[in-house]
Design a protein around this ligand. Structure first.
Ligand code: CP
Length: 310
């Protein structure tokens, strides 16, 4: 099997069988990270550009580690240390990068649609590492992998996503990915943070926190995206924590094998308490581990392994 598109731009563009193919490949990649020597020559001679216009810890380092585990050469560019600060446009920037013959460009950008815009104008494969409030496909894939690993399948699971749905690209990517793979998704948060018409993605809205959590197989907690909120959407973070903050006491109403997830970065004491984030129900750090495996799989499938060895 091969992926149909040259790029990974959003989770909606992937067929369920392509998602399973990526996750199956990621499972094999995960074994490499458990070896004493965590490196294979698969992408030797390939060059990957990581272009980040927004801060990132997990995604950037995870793409970086993934490329290095496959022996690719990795070149990182952040907007603040590039000629973007001198007024160069995004398109001119990536056209210049393409002139250096990379095999993949990974782009994180604050504008929704930026990876789609450049992918149409470049022949090199583009991976979206998070665009504005739109999508974050590698995050959704690693979340799918982590749930599949723990539950066997997504089919028939009830997954509740709590938090700032309106400003979250992870929420949109996860809702789409989870439903595509057969889960039933409930979103919950303050009405000011639930976008009108979100049900069009196939999820159900529940503003009552206890009803949203009750019976959930998976609870995905999201950070308040304060950097994207243009107006005050809350009276205070304390108030938010009182009504929508997840703590261990809420798990009493959920399934006993419930999974607690969070894409990070975590704001402890706001959207989640220490006792929930560090509990045996939490698989937050497993998500990070699987992020490396998923990104190794994406690089492998898009860069095609060793084709010209001589
Ligand atoms: N989950 C995620 O995208 O985290 P970073 O912003 O740290 O990359």
């Amino acid at each position: 099997m091969q992926l149909r598109n040259k790029d990974i731009l959003d989770i909606a563009s992937l067929l369920p069988e392509e998602i399973n193919f990526i996750l199956d490949t990621a499972e094999k990649m995960k074994d490499i990270s458990k070896r004493p020597i965590k490196k294979v020559p698969t992408l030797r001679g390939k060059t990957i550009f990581l272009v980040f216009f927004e801060p990132s810890t997990r995604t950037r380092l995870s793409f970086d580690v993934a490329a290095k585990r496959l022996s690719a050469d990795v070149i990182s560019m952040t907007a603040s240390s590039s000629s973007v600060v001198k007024g160069e446009s995004l398109l001119d920037t990536v056209k210049n990068l393409e002139s250096m013959n990379p095999d993949i460009i990974v782009l994180r950008h604050f504008c929704s649609g930026a990876p789609h815009f450049i992918s149409k104008r470049l022949s090199v494969p583009v991976i979206n590492a998070g665009d504005g409030m739109h999508d974050h496909p590698s995050q959704s894939l690693l979340d799918l992998m982590t749930i599949r690993e723990n539950k066997g399948s997504l089919k028939g699971l009830r997954i509740t996503i709590i938090g700032d749905i309106a400003h979250s690209r992870v929420a949109r990517a996860d809702i789409t990915g989870f439903i595509k793979m057969g889960a039933y998704v409930v979103v919950c948060g303050p009405p000011t943070m639930i976008p009108k018409g979100i049900e069009v993605l196939g999820c159900r809205v529940e503003t009552d926190f206890s009803k949203a959590v009750k019976g959930a197989d998976v609870i995905m907690v999201l950070r308040l995206q304060k950097e994207r909120q243009k107006h005050f959407l809350l009276s205070s973070e304390r108030e938010y924590n009182k009504v929508y903050g997840l703590s261990l006491k809420h798990i009493e109403n959920a399934d006993q094998d419930v999974l607690i997830m969070h894409p990070g970065p975590v704001n402890r004491g706001v959207e989640i308490s220490n006792d929930a984030a560090d509990s045996p129900f939490s698989i937050i750090l497993d998500q990070v581990t699987n992020g490396v495996a998923v990104r190794m799989a994406l690089f492998y499938l898009l860069a095609g392994g060793i084709k010209d060895d001589n």
